[in-house]
Design a binder for this molecule. Structure first.
Ligand code: BEZ
Length: 220
């Protein structure tokens, strides 16, 4: 076994997790040289796809293009990545524009040496040893990783869920609340449960819509 491969097998790489700083990198993209730090101050949906000129990935890029304006309105940028070259990305993006009438307004990283893919754990060797899986990393304006989602190669992602997720995180940050299952903007949110017996006693008299002391909701 080559020394580098041996090192990779032998050493458990620390992969970024929720609540940690998203690892910075510099990479070539369809927008030129790009750094993660360039996105500081806005939210970022950083996603990988397996390969250019493949059908499921094409539907995903078209679907990302369809929500890119909505994302911009809530201060969210998009950035894609695969192991294909910049030239392949350019040709594919132009093809999507021509065939689907949708302009891809976000950069796509060409991670040919898999440097970023390994940094973020985007390769799932059980599925493909060479291509990146359908990974999504939601990164907040301070550069903190707030959510990770992985989809297999054969399942295209749901853009409405990604929009919902970012809106839920923004709502959590703005109002210091949580969002329940199937929450949609405009729905009631969950008030953080009280942390002492005394506060639990008070909770039922604070004007919230409560099922019990630990389960209270409010409109925002
Ligand atoms: C696709 O995008 O269609 C695809 C890519 C890699 C594996 C399976 C499907």
């Amino acid at each position: 076994m080559e020394a580098k491969a041996e090192q990779e097998v032998g050493e458990a790489r620390h992969l970024p997790r929720i609540g940690e700083a998203a690892p910075d990198f510099e990479a070539e993209s369809t927008f030129g040289t790009i750094r993660l730090e360039d996105f500081r101050g806005s939210w970022l949906i950083f996603f990988s796809h397996p390969a250019d000129f493949t059908p499921v990935c094409t539907t995903e890029f078209a679907a990302f293009a369809e929500i890119q304006d909505e994302l911009k309105q809530i201060n969210v940028n998009l950035m894609g990545l695969s192991v294909d070259s910049v030239m392949a990305h350019i040709a594919w993006v132009r093809n999507i524009e021509e065939k689907f009438g949708l302009e891809i307004q976000f950069p796509v990283i060409a991670d040919s040496d898999r440097k970023v893919a390994h940094l973020y754990g985007m390769i799932m060797p059980g599925e493909s040893k060479t291509e990146t899986a359908r990974c999504v990393f939601v990164i907040d304006p301070d550069g903190i990783l707030r959510s990770l989602i992985y989809y297999p190669m054969t399942t295209g992602r749901n853009m409405q869920e990604l929009l919902r997720l970012v809106r839920a995180l923004q709502t959590t940050d703005k109002h210091t609340v949580s969002t329940p299952a199937n929450w949609q903007p405009g729905d009631a949110v969950i008030v953080p449960p009280p942390r002492t017996q005394e506060l639990a006693e008070e909770r039922l008299h604070e004007g919230y819509d409560c099922k019990d002391w630990y389960f209270c909701q409010k409109a925002i």
